[in-house]
Design a protein around this ligand. Structure first.
Ligand code: BGC
Length: 466
């Protein structure tokens, strides 16, 4: 295929990126699908599993994701990005069938761990693939596109959960899990038609193949320049592209920011809403298993919509203002969610409306700030040569903190009451504001080289400016 026009290149890269981003969609789908399945899994007419068994089924994905994120960094270097995403697609497909057909709670947990491994691999290798195959100038926008695909995946899972849910069939959850097979096959087939990344090919000494890929995606006049740039980058990276480098004193701030932003993205409770929302709506008085999914669909749609708003604002308003606006709004909304449970007996029927409204407020503020910012900041704070290793540590922390919240949420509700649990998350949100004041760098319009120099000079994150 010989494409010489600029617009031709652009559509090729959009198609390639969209195919790979199906991995992001699966990340969202397979983490969101559990929300509609939960009430059916606990239905007395079916398995009627306990709260603690449900926590295992929910958290199993996260255990797998931690394993996947930890292992994929090295394997993607050895086998290549494309092969690893193909492997993830196969694991996604096997996991969908295994969970849908699970004969017992323990096999369901194992199936969910398998899916988790695929999610962990995709969460890291898909953005890596997209960023390496993209022309330099559109890399930034594509990082946040991945978050958009995650939110679309979550929405799709809520919609299919709703379409499949049938109050008369306590095993409705089986088909909810089977649906994940379809995007997995789309990813699997699609990945056979996309090329390996030029960076990986050239890094493995396959310069001619790498050049051919660049001829498809890059402007023709930039191909040679890109080959030379990749070779120079690789030479620089191989100087010290090890895990040890990222722990050196001059990079400690960057590492602290990456781990810190993922800590606050997760410990302010986003996934209690994403994974448990129908359960929360049920606690708030919406009785039917099927009807409690409906507000979740709207919640998922609002999440997608405000992620788009965030993508439009990130490069205009900047990272810091969005962080503070978003986190302040999240704290207010969390206090309201807590209040709605606290006032349960006084509010009566009005409770459901107030709970639903507070949860929408929360998701809006999360989607414009911490959702995209978490993944964007970890891709910006590390110098190019340790960005891969740094990003994998960032995503590993994301899954670890995510797992801690998912595993403790229902226990917290039992120990502190629902109000207490959400107020605890609000308290952590206040800490996030204080922490962010010191540590969130304004990376808008700053080149990666400038960020690197900033750390080398031992300057504070707050002092970073265009
Ligand atoms: C988070 C996920 C979350 C999703 C919700 C992502 O940025 O990492 O944990 O489920 O946003 O949109």
């Amino acid at each position: 295929m010989m494409i010489s026009k600029k617009s031709g290149n652009k559509s090729v890269i959009v198609v390639i990126a969209s195919i790979a981003a199906t991995g992001g969609l699966l990340f969202g789908f397979d983490t969101g699908v559990i929300s509609g399945a939960q009430n059916f899994l606990q239905d007395a007419g079916g398995w009627g599993i306990s709260d603690s068994q449900l926590e295992w089924v929910t958290t199993a994905v996260l255990i797998g994701a931690i394993l996947g994120a930890a292992l994929s960094g090295r394997i993607t270097d050895i086998l290549g990005r494309k092969k690893v995403i193909i492997a993830a697609a196969i694991i996604f497909a096997i996991g969908a069938v295994a969970t849908g057909a699970a004969p017992s709670v323990s096999t369901l947990v194992i199936g969910r761990i398998v899916i988790g491994i695929a999610i962990g691999i995709a969460s890291f290798s898909v953005p890596l693939y997209i960023s390496e195959i993209s022309p330099t100038k559109s890399r930034g926008a594509l990082v946040s596109m991945n978050q958009l695909m995650i939110t679309i995946g979550i929405l799709v899972s809520y919609i299919t959960d709703y379409a499949i849910a049938n109050d008369n069939n306590p095993f409705s959850w089986r088909w909810m899990f089977y649906v994940g097979f379809i995007p997995a096959i789309i990813l699997l087939v699609g990945m056979f038609f996309v090329p390996e990344t030029p960076r990986w090919l050239i890094g493995k000494g396959r310069e001619e193949e790498g050049r051919k890929v660049l001829e498809k995606v890059e402007d023709p006049e930039l191909v040679e320049e890109s080959v030379q740039k990749i070779k120079a980058d690789i030479a620089r990276e191989s100087e010290s592209a090890s895990y040890r480098e990222v722990f050196k004193p001059w990079l400690r701030t960057a590492l602290f920011i990456a781990v810190g932003i993922m800590f606050f993205q997760q410990l302010t409770g986003i996934n209690t809403i994403i994974y448990y929302s129908p359960k929360i709506f049920k606690m708030a008085g919406i009785e039917s298993n099927t009807l409690s999914i409906l507000p979740s669909i709207l919640l998922g749609a609002v999440n997608v919509l405000f992620t788009v708003v965030s993508i439009l604002l990130l490069d205009k308003l900047g990272r810091r203002p969005l962080y503070f606006i978003g986190m302040s709004g999240m704290v207010v909304a969390l206090v309201c969610v807590g209040l709605s449970f606290f006032l349960e007996s006084t509010l009566g029927d009005k409770l459901a409306t107030f709970t639903v409204a507070s949860m929408f407020l929360y998701i809006i503020f999360f989607a414009v700030s911490m959702g995209p910012l978490g993944w964007l900041i970890i891709s910006e704070v590390f110098p190019l040569k340790v960005r891969g290793v740094g990003m994998s540590l960032g995503s590993l922390s994301n899954w670890l903190f995510n797992g801690i919240v998912a595993f403790t949420f229902l226990k917290l509700v039992n120990a502190l009451s629902a109000a207490g649990a959400f107020w605890l998350y609000a308290g952590i949100g206040i800490l996030a504001i204080i922490w962010g004041f010191k540590y969130i760098p304004e990376t808008k319009g700053v080149t990666l080289e400038q960020i690197e120099d900033h750390w080398r000079e031992g300057k504070k994150p707050r002092e970073l400016k265009m």
